[in-house]
Design a protein around this ligand. Sequence first.
Ligand code: FES
Length: 105
Amino acid sequence: PSIIYITAQGDRHEVDVAEGTSVMQGAVQNAIPGIDGDCGGSCACATCHVQVPDAWLARLDPQSDMERAMLEFADSVTDNSRLGCQISVGPGLSGITVHLPESQH
Ligand code: FES
């Protein structure tokens, strides 16, 4: 599957990832600027904050309580905010587009 990252500056990065890769891992593996993933994906740092457009948001699993709680530590959180490490990309999500914040924290 593929993931498309749009940076705060409007740069578009499309990457191919192995099935089951998270949106955070896909960015870290491909050196996409704008996602840190400090905790390694255990929902404990909120430095993988992304904005997911409505059309894709509707296809994601609902937020866990832990994700919701952790997002409170991110900046500029909106209804479209999710943690990238909690989005696992399989074939059904290929082409998912996420917007990256200007900075994490
Ligand atoms: Fe730490 Fe997602 S990588 S919360």
